[in-house]
Design a binder for this molecule. Structure first.
Ligand code: ZN
Length: 501
């Protein structure tokens, strides 16, 4: 039985959810189907919907109702969680003066285009003044949201991953730096070579799409409640637990779209796994960026790049591409998809070096926000860090500091969640292996036990638990990055036949 006060909140919640759903659908459409000339016209309507969302979610009326709800002691556990989620969200939105919010939205609408053009022309100076402005807005917004004595970068980090701040991330990335940087050096100096040339070639798009759909279903993607489309960069969007949308891109590297579909299907399983009681409420989605990435990276890397994963399905892949893969034995294929190659581009990084790319961004964001590093110095700082950690130096800004879209959108504090996701996944994996013979499950061709473990321990809680709580309740331990480091070093020592020590 709901309380009377809570009943007053429901229409606001429903309106905010409806508008959020519409905005998600517009943004999905923009990335997949919308015609080229639509954007400026559609974005006006999106602007109207956004301000409606702002008032439903954070306007004075709803804040007054939320205030009443917080005083009501008769709320159910779910109602309390919804009230808390909405209150936190409203507080965050409402503390920013609407005028500044609008100015930033206008800046953000053009900044991505300016960034894209600068990247295309390989001209950092063309983007630097815009980046400076975006950073200043983000710092100001963080200062409005900051609690007593809270550091600005901690505010930004917390908005993507609750319960993580510079103190915990310094420890996390410190562990990675101490262990992975020397290990990578040892690995690249080992002289072991991996042949992956056969993964590049002429792979007809129609066949790639067929195999993409096959792997999506194999992971557990339900086409009765989901869609697979094509976009420039793969992503997942969800409207609710019965409408989850993933995308991929097809190119001449056959493994790119296969692993991106496995990755996005991992995200999708999380959203399919949200219970009906929670979906279409503010707590009815994955709990954080990091936990979401843990689910996709678990499927992509821990399951999908394990040789045992391929035993039941490699024949299917060979049948699909007989000319390119017909003569390639499974073992050779499995080695190729685990090839380590320090590179300059984060999105193309292998599993071992990926988090080092993220670490570099974390260190730089900290310098920008907390140490007032001048934006103009970014290209050099960036290049120095790549040289130090990955042993290679970008020759220009396009393959260096301009490669990611995030800062042009104002997303400072977002990057660490990518690396945290991999680390969460490794900690969950350690626990999963104690409860099942993981590789036997992969070999069986039926991933149900793996899906069930993730649904039972992660998916079904939506936002009712934070990522830290999920880890603690599942593994009996707080977040511990040692599992991730050990997983990587074990795996790649074995693959490359080098000593782990
Ligand atoms: Zn992802």
């Amino acid at each position: 039985m709901s309380s009377k006060v809570y009943e007053k909140l429901v229409p606001y919640m429903e309106k905010a959810e409806a508008l959020k759903t519409a905005l998600t659908l517009f943004s999905w459409d923009q990335e997949t189907q919308a015609p080229p000339q639509a954007a400026p016209y559609t974005s006006r309507m999106v602007g109207v919907l956004s301000s409606e969302y702002f008032s439903a979610a954070a306007g004075e009326e709803v804040r007054a109702v939320l205030e009443e709800c917080r005083k009501d002691e008769g709320l159910s556990e779910l109602e309390s969680a919804i009230v808390k989620e909405m209150s936190d969200n409203a507080a965050k939105l409402a503390c920013i003066p609407p005028e500044e919010y609008r100015e930033f939205a206008e800046l953000a609408a053009s900044s991505t285009g300016i960034w894209a053009q600068a990247k295309k022309n390989n001209d950092f100076n063309a983007f630097a003044p815009t980046l400076r402005k975006i950073l200043d807005y983000q710092k100001r917004f963080a200062s409005y949201q900051a609690g007593e004595g809270q550091k600005l970068y901690d505010v930004m980090l917390d908005s993507y991953e609750k319960g993580f701040d510079m103190e915990s991330l310094d420890r996390f990335f410190g562990t990675l730096r101490e262990n992975l940087v020397p290990f990578l050096k040892k690995l690249t100096e080992s002289g072991v070579t991996v042949d992956d040339g056969f993964l590049t070639g002429d792979f007809p798009e129609e066949a790639q799409e067929r195999i993409a759909r096959f792997f999506a279903e194999y992971i557990g993607f339900d086409f009765g409640k989901g869609v697979l489309a094509v976009s420039a960069h793969p992503f997942t969007d969800n409207l609710h637990n019965h409408d989850v949308r993933i995308t991929t891109a097809y190119n001449d590297h056959v493994d790119d779209s296969i692993f991106s579909v496995i990755h996005e299907s991992g995200h999708a399983l999380y959203e399919f796994g949200i219970p009906d009681e929670l979906t279409q409420t503010p707590v009815g989605a994955g709990t954080s960026m990091g936990m979401h990435e843990s689910q996709s990276r678990f499927m992509e890397n821990i399951a999908g790049r394990n040789p045992a994963f391929w035993e039941p399905v490699y024949g299917k892949l060979q049948e699909t591409f007989p000319d390119s893969l017909g003569d390639v034995p499974l073992e050779k294929f499995a080695r190729a998809v685990n090839k380590v190659q320090p590179g300059l581009i984060r999105t193309q990084a292998d599993e071992l070096t990926y988090s080092l790319h993220v670490m570099i961004r974390y260190e730089i964001e900290k310098m920008l926000v907390e140490e007032d590093l001048e934006v103009e110095k970014l290209p050099e700082v960036w290049a120095d860090k790549y040289e130090e950690y990955l042993g290679i130096r970008p020759q220009n800004a396009a393959e260096g500091v301009l490669q990611d879209i995030h800062w042009s959108q104002g997303s400072f504090g977002y990057f660490p969640s990518y690396a945290l996701g991999s680390a969460f996944a490794a900690q969950l994996f350690h626990c999963m292996k104690e409860r099942m013979d993981f590789e036997s499950v992969l070999r069986s061709g039926d991933l149900t036990p793996i899906r069930e473990f993730l649904r039972e321990n992660v998916h079904r809680f939506g936002k009712l638990k934070t990522s830290r709580q999920i880890l603690k309740d599942t593994t009996g331990e707080d977040f511990n990055p040692d599992y991730y480091v050990r997983y990587l070093i074990d795996k790649y020592s074995r693959l490359y036949g080098i000593e782990a020590g």
